[in-house]
Design a protein around this ligand. Structure first.
Ligand code: SF4
Ligand code: SF4
Length: 132
């Protein structure tokens, strides 16, 4: 089947619908480590220290990051609770919503063409520019 190229209108629907559930996988974690992006790694939970204190991926070294399971959601760096929405989505206040970490966003965000999911198959998870 021929792949359809669609124009994303930056409505932010997909980022808001998927909420925190954008998996950060090991290559994402290691890239953020290399780039010094502690601000991103802070939003990836990494269990607790032996003293019970919350730990985030920003507290881990390269070897520990390489051994992490994919993160299943973004988490609040203070409470460790899963976030309802991606913390990096920015309201441009002109009708668009933009990714605040676009150059280094997780692979799942970079590689998912939401319009290919279609309204028919995924109902409210669809994208306004996806073909009917
Ligand atoms: S829902 Fe579709 S049009 Fe809206 S931001 Fe996502 S990919 Fe772009
Ligand atoms: S990281 Fe960027 S593309 Fe991915 S959900 Fe957040 S705002 Fe959207």
């Amino acid at each position: 089947m021929m792949k359809r190229e669609m124009q994303c209108i930056q409505c932010g629907w997909c980022c808001r619908q998927y909420r925190g559930y954008h998996w950060a996988k090991v290559p994402d974690l290691l890239r953020w480590y290399d780039e010094g992006r502690r601000d991103i790694l802070r939003s990836v939970a990494a269990g607790r220290n032996p003293d019970g204190c919350l730990r985030s991926a920003a507290d881990l070294g390269e070897a520990e990051l390489a051994a992490m399971e994919p993160a299943t959601s973004w988490t609040d760096p203070v409470t460790g609770e899963p976030l309802e929405a991606c913390p990096f989505l920015v309201d441009a206040r002109d009708g668009r919503f933009l990714c605040g970490i676009h150059p280094t966003k997780p692979a799942v965000c970079r590689e998912t063409n939401t319009w290919e999911w279609g309204f028919g198959r995924f109902g409210p998870w669809g994208c306004p520019v996806s073909p009917p």
